[in-house]
Design a protein. Structure first.
Length: 312
């Protein structure tokens, strides 16, 4: 990947929708994914094979994936270069992903014991034990595995998080066979200084090509944090259309960095993302109209300044 290109991993269909209070039907989710592809999305976290008891919005993940696959095949729409991934917590989830022919999955670990127990009901060690059969199946079936490392900058239960611990766990995830680790500011407490400090240490232990950033905009710092990581050579960032998302364990969390806000920033830096910002804004507006949900993206709200004025 060149110095003037970044990869954005669209997590809205998973990390964004999983926190929605209203029930969304499968057809709307499918339409959303197709619209994101049309806007330029090349890598999409499309769902999660977790227990519907804990995350009811993801109960139809298998159906959504199958419907998207059928739509792309049946209509002849181009999906050249488009990759789908889904979160898998264990062997059972991995088997579901394999049944659908996914070529990439994601696992999720925590940087603190308290968050691990609250989020996935097990200790950090137990979570890594669960990863082993997933990695074995992935290797056997030539499936790539990406990892999310939650609360890397701060935990709602334990407060500050040791940088050394984050580095150790990220290195362990790479050692398991994960091709990339997304360092997550799950509750949106990080600042650019923290990002600079942590990623400098991570780069010593892990090749920068194996690192990604996942920043929430709870305190309005996401773009600054992305830029700080980008200046250190990080070229992959997670984002969600419209800034949709949040964390059920972080009161007031406003969601992931908005894909269109990120694209707006990188467009200004002459860094290619592969997205059409106009089409991204249209996706967010469409979602708002369909759900009555006002999204927090600043760019979608303010519009674009074009040669003849503001285009909303």
């Amino acid at each position: 990947m060149s110095a003037k290109h970044v990869e954005l991993v669209e997590v809205g269909p998973r990390d964004g929708l999983q926190n929605e209070k209203i029930s969304l039907d499968s057809a709307l989710k499918v339409e959303l994914v197709l619209k994101l592809i049309a806007a330029g999305a090349k890598k999409i976290e499309i769902g999660s094979f977790v227990s519907p008891t804990w995350v009811p919005q993801m109960a139809d993940t298998s159906r959504v994936i199958k419907m998207v696959q059928d739509q792309l095949t049946g209509t002849g729409r181009s999906r050249k270069g488009v990759e789908f991934a889904a979160l898998v917590p264990n062997r059972q989830g991995m088997n579901q992903a394999l049944d659908l022919g996914l070529k990439e999955v994601a696992i999720f670990a925590s940087a603190t014991e308290s968050f691990s127990k609250k989020n996935i009901n097990c200790s950090i060690k137990e979570s890594f034990d669960r990863f082993i059969p997933v990695m074995v199946l992935a290797k056997k079936n030539h499936v790539k595995v990406r990892a999310h490392l939650s609360v890397s900058f701060g935990c709602p239960y334990e407060g500050s998080v040791s940088e050394a611990k984050v580095v150790r766990l990220a290195k362990k995830l790479v050692g398991l066979g994960c091709y990339q680790v997304s360092i997550a500011d799950t509750i949106g407490v990080a600042n650019a200084g923290q990002v600079d400090s942590l990623f400098r240490k991570l780069k010593v232990a892990i090749p920068v090509a194996k690192l990604a950033g996942h920043f929430h905009n709870t305190r309005g710092q996401a773009l600054a944090n992305v830029f700080a990581a980008y200046k250190l050579g990080v070229k992959v960032f997670d984002s969600s259309f419209g800034g949709l998302g949040g964390c059920p364990y972080a009161p007031g969390a406003s969601g992931n960095v908005a894909t269109e806000d990120l694209v707006y920033m990188f467009d200004g830096l002459k860094v290619k993302t592969g997205y059409s910002i106009k089409e991204l804004i249209e996706v967010s507006k469409w979602f708002e109209n369909r759900t009555g949900r006002i999204l927090p993206s600043m760019v979608s709200r303010a519009g674009l300044l074009m040669p003849k004025g503001i285009i909303e």
